[in-house]
Design a protein around this ligand. Structure first.
Ligand SMILES: NC(=O)c1ccc[n+]([C@@H]2O[C@H](COP(=O)([O-])OP(=O)(O)OC[C@H]3O[C@@H](n4cnc5c(N)ncnc54)[C@H](O)[C@@H]3O)[C@@H](O)[C@H]2O)c1
Length: 435
């Protein structure tokens, strides 16, 4: 099939690459010329496991190409839109559809012959219907169906998740489009559940799923606070809860709160949607409040731990919203660091993958280190903000010779605390009052 993917970010690029690997001829389109130039040179623009090899392979077989131009849209059987849908700042969670609307205005007059337009960007129930009406208005002669196929991939695992999804949700209301999509998704039909539903339900499934995950994370974080106060070990509690198959073990890791490009904006959008529809989602609303408080509480704890020192210095390790990715958007680490900076704390940061993206946020407000040992020099406290594998295997004897004071605050329970303690460090670990 001929597929065009518009918007080559953390979703669109892996989708374009994966569908070319499945044998389709795919054109990836983005308005960012710099990005397209890099992709045309076989350079991946995001850090994703297995992406680069597949990118090179499929460019070489000529199944995959990149462009800033939409002119070839007329040749496409399927056009997938995967542009960003951020929250409009200061509008209580309203979804900014301007990127999608721009794409729709740009493509409407290029449509030629029957085309299935897939909305892969996360949008609220009813949006696909509105986009369909807009295209009909812009080009009344266009022959198309517009469907919703929300994306559930995890950053860092994008290629794996596209090839091995838990489920594929397709919101489609025309038999003709369904036939096209059954063909496109035929490689998945024996290995995963492909669930066909209405467009509005597909749109809602995405928001309900993300909000539920955010609630699960927030729930264990609140239990974690209680565990600290009452001498329980939250890791034992979470493990034992997860053994119950009705609950499940995933997303029960206590930490600094949820972040990233999806959960925070999607849960805010759903809460706002509930309010505006007159059907409030109080659990969802409370989750947002609890997650915001969590980051402030953790920053306050760090401030308390260093308050006795003059001009304290904090080494903050792990900046992305989770380990193994370079994405710092709405990262709990960056929010906590911002709180510290606002209190005039001297912060030196390190991350194995996300330093470049963190520079866009902090500019000259922090010092950037090239590795852990460089970051901890003269630190009064070392904070661990992501569950990066490297942090498990640190040389605590060496770190002990570099720091000014031996205090650790592990927000992810990632370090070898026994080793750190042997070398004289005082370890504070989320959810565990015994340490
Ligand atoms: N990041 C995730 O893990 C994830 C997971 C599931 C769903 N989603 C959803 O997928 C959508 C995309 O998210 P993302 O993280 O990939 O966003 P992103 O910001 O990483 O990428 C969006 C891309 O769209 C491009 N773009 C914007 N306007 C354009 C236009 N008019 N023409 C061509 N290109 C344009 C941008 O240049 C950018 O490269 C969002 O709705 C998001 O909520 C994201």
């Amino acid at each position: 099939m001929n597929m065009h993917v518009i918007g080559l970010g953390y979703v669109g690029l892996p989708v374009a690459v994966a569908f070319s690997e499945l044998g389709n001829v795919v054109v990836g389109i983005d308005k960012n010329k710099e990005k397209i130039d890099l992709l045309q040179k076989c350079e991946s623009t995001i850090a994703e496991a297995k992406l680069k090899d597949l990118l090179i392979k499929n460019i070489n077989t000529k199944r995959l190409s990149f462009s800033t131009s939409l002119e070839s849209i007329g040749k496409a059987d399927v056009v997938t839109i995967a542009v960003d849908t951020p929250t409009i700042s200061g509008r209580g969670g309203s979804v900014d559809l301007s990127y999608i609307n721009t794409v729709v205005h740009d493509i409407a007059n290029y449509l030629d012959g029957y085309t299935v337009i897939v909305i892969k960007s996360t949008v609220l129930p009813g949006t696909c219907k509105k986009i369909e009406n807009l295209i009909k208005q812009l080009n009344p002669k266009a022959s198309f169906d517009l469907v919703s196929i929300p994306e559930f991939l995890r950053e860092g695992m994008a290629i794996h998740d596209i090839f091995e999804p838990d489920r594929i949700i397709i919101g489609v209301e025309s038999q003709r489009a369904k036939n096209v999509l059954e063909k496109l998704y035929s490689p998945f039909k024996d290995k995963t559940k492909i669930f066909f539903t209405s467009r509005a339900s597909a749109e809602m499934i995405k928001y309900a799923s993300n909000s539920f995950l955010a609630m699960k994370i927030t729930f264990i974080n609140e239990i974690s606070n209680l565990c600290e106060k009452r001498g329980c070990n939250v890791y034992d509690v979470a493990y034992a809860m997860g053994l119950d198959t009705r609950i499940g073990e995933k997303f029960l890791n206590p930490g600094p709160g949820f972040g990233g490009n999806c959960l925070p904006k999607d849960i805010l959008a759903l809460a706002n949607f509930g309010k505006s529809t007159g059907s409030r989602l109080r659990l969802v609303e409370s989750t947002i409040v609890a997650n915001e408080s969590r980051k402030k509480e953790l920053a306050a704890k760090i401030l308390h731990l260093v308050e006795e020192y003059k001009n304290p210095k904090v080494a903050f390790l792990g900046l992305s919203f989770k380990a193994g990715v370079d994405d710092c958007r709405s990262s709990p680490s960056t929010d906590i660091i911002t709180e510290l900076l606002d209190k005039n704390i001297d912060v030196c940061v390190y991350d194995p993958m996300a330093i470049d993206n963190s520079k866009k946020i902090f500019k000259s407000r922090v010092t950037y280190a090239v590795d852990v040992y460089n970051a901890v020099k003269d630190a009064d406290l070392i904070a661990f903000g992501t569950e990066c594998e490297d942090f498990k295997f640190l040389d605590w004897a060496k770190i002990g010779t570099l720091v000014r004071n031996k205090i650790i605050f592990d927000l992810r329970n990632i370090i070898n605390s026994q080793e750190a303690k042997k070398n004289g460090f005082v370890c504070h670990i989320i959810g565990n009052s015994n340490i």
